[in-house]
Design a protein around this ligand. Structure first.
Ligand code: HEC
Length: 178
C-alpha cells in the first residue's frame, strides 16, 4: 500500500463517523421538513375551519344586519309615533283654544292611536325601568282619553284643566326616558 492508500483508510476511519453524523443530521432535516409539512397540513386544515368560521361569521353578521334593520324599523316607527303625537297634540290645543271641541276630539283620537304603540317602545335611557315607563304611558293614555271625552261633550272648562296635565306628562316621561 502506498501512502495514498493509508490516507484513504484514515479518511474512511475519520469520515465514517462524520458521514454517519452527516446522515443523522440529514434525517433531522428530513424530520424538520416532515414536521413543517405537517404544520402546513394543519395550517390548511385550520384555514379550512377558519373559512368555515368565517362563513358562520358572515352569516352572523348577516343576521346582525337583519336585526339592525328590524331595530332601525322599530326605532323609526317609535320616532314617527312621537312626532305624530306631537303634531296632533298641537292641533288639539289649537282647536281647544279656538273653541273647536270637535277638532280637539278628532286630534285626541289620533293621539290615542299614536300612543298605543308606546308599550312596545325600545327604551334607551333608563331601559331597565320598563315598569315605570309603562305606568307613565298608561297614565298618559288615560289622560288623553279623558281629554277626548271632555272634547266630545264640548266641556271646554275641563279641557283647559286637563291640557296642562298632559303637557306635564309629556315632559315627565321625557325627563326620565327620552
Ligand atoms: C310614557 C312616555 C312618554 C310620553 C307620555 C310622551 N313621550 Fe315623547 N318620547 C318618549 C320617548 C321614550 C322618546 C324617545 C324616543 C326614541 O328616541 O326612540 C320620545 C320622543 C319624543 C319626540 C322626538 C321624536 C323623534 O323624532 O325622535 C317628540 C317630538 C315627542 N316625544 C313628543 C311628545 C309629546 C308632544 C308628548 C305628549 C303629548 C309625548 N311625547 C309624550 C316618551 C314619551
Amino acid at each position: 500500500m502506498k501512502n495514498g492508500g493509508w490516507l484513504f483508510v484514515l479518511a474512511l476511519l475519520a469520515g465514517g463517523p462524520l458521514f454517519a453524523y452527516g446522515c443523522s443530521r440529514g434525517d433531522e432535516h428530513a424530520e424538520d421538513h416532515m414536521g413543517k409539512g405537517d404544520m402546513e397540513g394543519q395550517q390548511e386544515m385550520m384555514d379550512g375551519e377558519h373559512a368555515g368560521e368565517m362563513g358562520e361569521h358572515d352569516k352572523m353578521m348577516g343576521e346582525h344586519g337583519e336585526a339592525m334593520d328590524e331595530h332601525g324599523a322599530a326605532m323609526e316607527k317609535q320616532h314617527e309615533s312621537m312626532r305624530d303625537l306631537q303634531e296632533e297634540w298641537l292641533k288639539a290645543k289649537a282647536a281647544m283654544s279656538g273653541g273647536d271641541t270637535a277638532g280637539a276630539a278628532a286630534a285626541a283620537s289620533e293621539m290615542e292611536k299614536s300612543a298605543a304603540i308606546q308599550d312596545e317602545f325600545m327604551l334607551h335611557r333608563n331601559a331597565g325601568n320598563k315598569e315605570e315607563f309603562q305606568r307613565q304611558a298608561m297614565e298618559f293614555r288615560r289622560m288623553v282619553m279623558g281629554f277626548r271625552t271632555y272634547a266630545e261633550k264640548g266641556d271646554v272648562k275641563s279641557l283647559r284643566e286637563v291640557a296642562p296635565r298632559i303637557d306635564e306628562a309629556c315632559n315627565s316621561c321625557h325627563g326620565t326616558f327620552r
